[in-house]
Design a protein around this ligand. Structure first.
Ligand SMILES: [Zn+2]
Length: 85
């Protein structure tokens, strides 16, 4: 019989709380942007405000960079309807 070590609730809660303080109030797009390095963060900010790019083409760019969110999330974020600060 193998024993599976499970985390106790206290540990789960503490790690969730740590994450919450850094990504709190941000949608999946904002959370992803927060994980980028400074250079990529600048590129993200510049690109999302670039009117020459449709949201769909931005979505393709971000996917290449490993973005985990969907087009709808990106649309909502770009329109400022997601609640990101
Ligand atoms: Zn957002």
């Amino acid at each position: 019989m193998s024993k599976i070590r499970s985390m106790v609730l206290d540990e789960i809660y503490q790690s969730a709380k740590e994450q919450y303080t850094t990504v709190g109030n941000k949608c999946v797009v904002g959370q992803w942007a927060a994980t980028l390095n400074e250079k990529d963060k600048d590129a993200f900010e510049a690109s999302i405000n670039d009117v020459d790019f449709s949201t769909r083409s931005l979505f393709r760019l971000y996917q290449k960079a490993g973005a985990p969110f969907g087009l709808t999330s990106l649309l909502t974020h770009r329109n400022g309807e997601c609640g990101c600060p």
